[in-house]
Design a protein around this ligand. Structure first.
Ligand code: NAP
Length: 330
């Protein structure tokens, strides 16, 4: 019996490739450079399933070029690169991998927070420049305390909660802002709900964990940045466009805030002459929040399972448009 055709847009963990290979007639893109939008459209001409990541854009042009597509499996939690409504309209199941990556992302949020607070990247460069002799000067290399400071979490979902848990270990006071209050989390973790303005003005660290939506695009704009403390550090590990990059550059240059730890930027990849790359008070990593060995293996297997389940008429491990189940009779 012939198997459904599936295209995988990046090489992944071999255990995940094995899951897909067993159940489908699979083609895997042989890695660098990743497929362009045009190449992806060509690969999907006869595919019934595809496994993508956040750098692949699923828009009407792609869906038009993929008339047989029944399942899209995204190796990520966020889905801002995908036209979810259009997939649902066309009856295409959409899988993603939230939850299993939350701990790894929260660890990385804290790595950025600590790095920016204690000037880790900046001082590392200085050591490599042969400047060690001034290191223990009483007035040099002073950074911000983390313990007993105030952390503001914007978007208290699965990752935001993990960040709040880590903050307990640093005796931080934690404020959070989401559209809905989380009374059980407030009680369990001692969190305090705040309006966005209150959170921005009171926090020593502001960490962003909301999805990118029309509502959150440029949520952190010039007005928001001006409300933050001049010593505060902004951590963005959500999506680049949640922050207005031009306003952030101005804020960092003019001292409206103290620094930033960024795992995501707008645009990605960041151009090599971008002003953020020349600022000492900025730590940047290349969108690697979920990139721990354990997390990436678990994500890959979950994404593979989503793809295979959907192609064999079963419910996905995590489905972003479960309203389709009834329509598709599964
Ligand atoms: P989640 O569990 O859905 O949590 C997102 C939270 O954001 C929700 O609790 C939601 O609460 C809140 N939210 C939504 N709109 C908001 C708004 N306008 N203002 C304030 N809060 C808002 O998602 P997650 O798994 O924690 O992931 C969050 C995001 O992290 C993803 O969407 C993705 O963009 C990003 N991410 C990045 C990486 C990385 O490698 N850098 C990895 C994984 C995920 P309410 O509905 O109550 O507002």
């Amino acid at each position: 019996m012939s198997q459904p055709r599936a295209f995988v847009s990046r090489m992944m963990h071999p255990d995940a490739i094995a899951v897909i290979g067993e159940a489908t007639d699979m083609e895997v893109w042989p890695d660098d450079p990743p497929p362009s939008a045009e190449q992806l459209r060509a690969k999907l001409a006869d595919a019934e399933g595809v496994l993508i990541n956040i750098m692949d854009r699923v828009d009407t042009a792609l869906l038009d070029a993929a008339p047989n597509l029944r399942v899209i499996s995204q190796l990520a939690a966020g889905l801002d690169n995908v036209d979810v409504a259009e997939c649902t309209r066309r009856g295409i199941l959409l899988g993603s991998t939230p939850g299993i990556l939350s701990k790894a992302v929260a660890d990385h949020a804290f790595a950025l927070l600590l790095s920016a607070a204690r000037r880790v990247v900046e001082s590392d460069k200085w050591v490599r420049g042969n400047n060690w002799e001034l290191a223990f000067h009483p007035n040099y290399w002073l950074g911000n305390e983390v313990q007993s400071s105030t952390l503001g979490i914007v978007g208290l979902g699965q990752i935001g909660l993990e960040v709040a848990r880590r903050a307990q270990g640093f005796d931080m006071r934690v404020l959070y802002h989401s559209r809905n209050r989380r009374p059980e989390a407030e009680a369990q973790l001692g969190l305090t709900y705040a309006s966005l303005d209150e959170l921005l003005s009171q926090s020593d660290y502001v960490s962003l964990h909301c999805p990118l939506t029309p509502e959150t695009r440029h949520l952190i704009n010039a007005d928001a940045l001006r409300k933050m403390k001049s010593t505060a550090i902004l951590v963005n590990i959500s999506r680049g466009p949640v922050v207005d990059t031009d306003a952030l550059c101005q804020a960092l240059r003019e001292g409206w805030i103290g620094g930033a730890g960024l795992d995501v930027v707008d645009p990605e990849p960041i151009p090599d002459d971008h002003p953020l790359l020349f600022m000492d008070n900025v730590t940047i990593t290349p969108h690697i929040g979920s990139a721990s060995v354990l997390s990436r293996r678990a994500m890959s297997i979950m994404a593979a399972q989503n793809l295979v389940n959907g192609l064999s008429g079963q419910r996905l491990v995590h489905c972003a448009n479960p309203e389709l189940y009834e329509r598709l009779g599964i």
